[in-house]
Design a binder for this molecule. Structure first.
Ligand SMILES: NC(=O)c1ccc[n+]([C@@H]2O[C@H](COP(=O)([O-])OP(=O)(O)OC[C@H]3O[C@@H](n4cnc5c(N)ncnc54)[C@H](O)[C@@H]3O)[C@@H](O)[C@H]2O)c1
Length: 372
């Protein structure tokens, strides 16, 4: 186990330039077990410097407890950075439930999980992630007050991909502004890899803005749905063909690791901006992109519209307010590009530094004593 904890403390993206004011260890890691319902979960709170930790619950058949622990430690740390740059008063946390959601998910398991989340007294707010849905959050919420991502029928934010796609579009507008001097994608050719919940909504925004769009997806029905809505959208066979095609902007919206040692040298696009999490396959890819003159909009910055949407539930969900906050992704992305230039580092490193600065500068204010 010690190896797993050690791994997560290496900072993969900031080149060892971690702000010493930031925690190097997770604040709290809780193992939750209820044998009768089959629940075995791990909740990791990386930092509450900015407020209670918010992050989704991943329900996944991990090969080992070690693999689940490694995942939740990395994911919770990433949420701290995402929430910080989204301007939220929320820290970073995440949970994993070990199991096959299609076979192991039950009312009893979800409610048992809800009781463990409740036991943390609000230090952790949960939400949906891979393998969990808004309907599941409604069940968790029957035992727990600290749940977001519920259905609209239960006062929740519903499908978070709405503002995720909107935020990615704002980030792309900022990248166009920085690269071309105009914050519109009109006349640009944009390649969208993966037209699922986020990708197909991104295509809607792009078409409305006057972009030419080319897509690919392993799911033919997903492609057909986009072509039905927008007959002018072109298709290519797969992700490799898309990356190598003549496009101005490449938008990974499928799985992680889209930018690797094979893809980056083939890229024709001058901008990479998409919704997928963990687009950089390994540390160092951000430098390869910068060296090739490709402007990379950091994934966790531009895809934070979803967490902004569900976080709004904590105040009582209001789509207009959440959308206004997600629109600020435009300014945040521009700010990152500018500070990357000023500091002579890739945008991914500049983003990490800005997130660390906010956690440090705002988190520090708790040191000013106030009567309870
Ligand atoms: N949904 C959200 O609110 C949200 C928020 C933040 C980040 N993300 C991230 O955005 C990405 C997409 O999420 P989603 O909710 O749209 O998921 P989704 O499952 O609805 O869509 C993913 C799409 O990618 C396609 N795909 C899978 N492998 C592919 C491949 N090799 N080549 C081309 N297409 C492929 C799938 O067929 C599917 O249509 C994920 O990385 C997710 O973690 C989503």
């Amino acid at each position: 186990m010690t190896d797993v904890f050690g791994l997560s403390h290496k900072d993969p993206s900031s080149g060892g330039d971690t702000n010493p004011a930031q925690p190097v260890r997770h604040e709290e890691v809780v193992f939750c077990s209820d044998e009768r319902s089959g629940l075995y979960a791990i909740i990791a709170i990386y930092s509450t410097a900015l407020g209670p930790g918010l992050g989704g619950t991943r329900f996944y058949p991990y090969e080992s407890e070690q693999a689940a622990l490694a995942d939740v430690l990395n994911l919770s740390r990433a949420m701290a950075y995402k929430n910080a740059l989204a301007g939220l008063d929320l820290g970073g946390a995440k949970a994993v439930i070990i199991g096959d959601p299609s076979a192991d998910k039950s009312e009893a398991l979800l409610r048992a999980y809800g009781r463990f989340v409740q036991s943390l007294g609000g230090r952790y707010y949960t939400a949906c992630d891979v393998g969990t849905y808004s309907e599941d959050m409604d069940v968790v919420a029957r035992e727990c007050s600290y749940v977001t991502g519920r259905t609209q029928a239960h006062g929740g934010a519903g499908d978070s991909s709405i503002l995720t796609a909107f935020g990615v579009f704002q980030g792309m507008r900022a990248a166009a502004d920085h690269a071309y001097g105009a914050s519109s994608l009109r006349g640009k050719r944009v390649g969208v890899e993966g037209v699922g919940k986020v990708g197909h909504r991104l295509v809607d925004h792009l078409i409305e803005d006057g972009a030419e769009v080319v897509v690919c997806d392993v799911d033919e029905q997903a492609v057909a749905r986009v072509r039905q809505r927008h007959p002018a959208v072109e298709t290519v066979s797969d992700a490799a063909a898309l990356a190598a095609s003549d496009i101005d902007v490449y938008a990974p919206c499928a799985l992680g690791g889209a930018l690797d040692d094979e893809t980056v040298p083939r890229l024709k696009a001058k901008i990479v901006c998409g919704g997928a999490n963990n687009q950089l396959a390994h540390p160092g890819v951000e430098k390869q992109l910068a060296e090739r003159g490709v402007l990379y909009a950091p994934d966790y910055v531009v895809n934070s519209g979803g967490v902004i949407q569900v976080a709004d539930e904590i105040e009582g969900f209001d789509m207009g307010r959440a959308r206004a906050r997600a629109a600020k992704i435009f300014d945040t992305t521009l700010r990152i590009f500018r500070s990357a230039e000023e500091e002579g580092v890739p945008p991914a490193v500049a983003a990490d530094r800005l997130a660390e600065r906010r956690m440090s500068e705002i988190g520090r204010l708790r040191g000013i004593w106030l009567r309870r």
